[in-house]
Design a protein around this ligand. Sequence first.
Ligand SMILES: *[C@@H]1O[C@H](CO)[C@@H](O)[C@H](O)[C@H]1NC(C)=O
Ligand SMILES: *[C@@H]1O[C@H](CO)[C@@H](O)[C@H](O)[C@H]1NC(C)=O
Ligand SMILES: *[C@@H]1O[C@H](CO)[C@@H](O)[C@H](O)[C@H]1NC(C)=O
Length: 271
Amino acid sequence: MTIPNLRNILFALQLLLVPIRAQHNVSGEAITTRFWDCCKPSCSWRGKASVSQPIQDCDINDAPHNNPNQGSGCGTGGTAYTCNNQQPWAVNDTLSYGFAGVFLTGHPETEDFWCCACYQLDFTSDPLKGKSMIVQASNSAFEVNKVNRFSLAVPGGNTTSQDACSRQYNVDQSVFGATGSGVGSLDECDRLPEQLRDACRWRFDWFQDAQYPTANFHRVACPKEITDKTKCTRNDEPAFVAGKPSASTVIAGSSLLAGVPMLLASLLLAQ
Ligand SMILES: *[C@@H]1O[C@H](CO)[C@@H](O)[C@H](O)[C@H]1NC(C)=O
Ligand SMILES: *[C@@H]1O[C@H](CO)[C@@H](O)[C@H](O)[C@H]1NC(C)=O
Ligand SMILES: *[C@@H]1O[C@H](CO)[C@@H](O)[C@H](O)[C@H]1NC(C)=O
C-alpha cells in the first residue's frame, strides 16, 4: 500500500468516526433589539466560522456577490450590502423566521461560535408571549456585551447615522426612519423601497411593534427556507437536525473512535 493511499483511507475514516458533538448547544435568556443598516453582514466575511460559505451578501442591484472579501458598502468604499431577502416573515400566527445580529455572553468576540447558527427565540414578554421566532445569526451585535442579545434584522426597524441604505437603494436615508427607532408607523413603511415593505409591515403586524421583547433562546437546526436565502450552513449543523438525539450520537462516535488507534497501528504495520 502506498503512502498517499494510506493517507486517503485514514482521512476517510476520520470523517466517518469523528463524533458529531453538539458543542454549540446553547440556551438561555436574551434581550432583543432591531437593526437594518444595509451594511455587509459580519458573517459574510470569509473565515468567520466553519461553514459551507459565508452569509450571502449582495451588490447594489441585489445580485449575490461571489467575493466574500468584498468590502462593506458602509463607509469603507466597498460594494457589499445586506441582500434584501434577509428580512423576517411570518410562517403562521405563532412562528416567524428571520435573521439577527447575535451576541452570546461567555463567548465574547468569537463569531465562530454563532455565525450561521440558528436559534429559536421563545418570547417571554408581552405582547409576544406565546410566539416564537427562528433566526439565523447573519451578523454580530457587539455593542452590548453584558447580556445575550439578538438584534433582529427588520427593514425600517432602526437606523444609524451611516447612509449605506441610501446608497444601496438610491433613496434619501430618512425613509428608513429615525436613528435608534426606525419608522414610526405602519403607513411609513410605504416610503421604504418596495422590496422591504412587507417586512417593515411585519413589525407592526405579527411583531406588534414590540419594544425590546425578551426571549428564552436555544440552538436549533436551521430551516431550509432560511439557509436557501443565505447559502450558509455550519459544519456542526448535523448535530442539530431534528430527531437526532445528541447523546447516542456522541456515545456511538466515541466507542468507534476508540478503535482508531488500533486500526492506525495495523495499517502502518502493513506498510
Ligand atoms: C437601534 O440601534 C441602537 C444601536 O445599536 C440601539 O441602541 C437601539 O436600542 C436600537 N433600537 C431598537 C428599537 O432596537
Ligand atoms: C406554525 O408552524 C410550525 C412549523 O411548521 C408548526 O410547528 C406550528 O404548529 C404552527 N402553528 C400554528 C398555530 O399553526
Ligand atoms: C441541546 O440541549 C437540550 C437541553 O439540554 C437537549 O434537550 C437537546 O437534545 C440538545 N440538542 C443537541 C443537538 O444536543
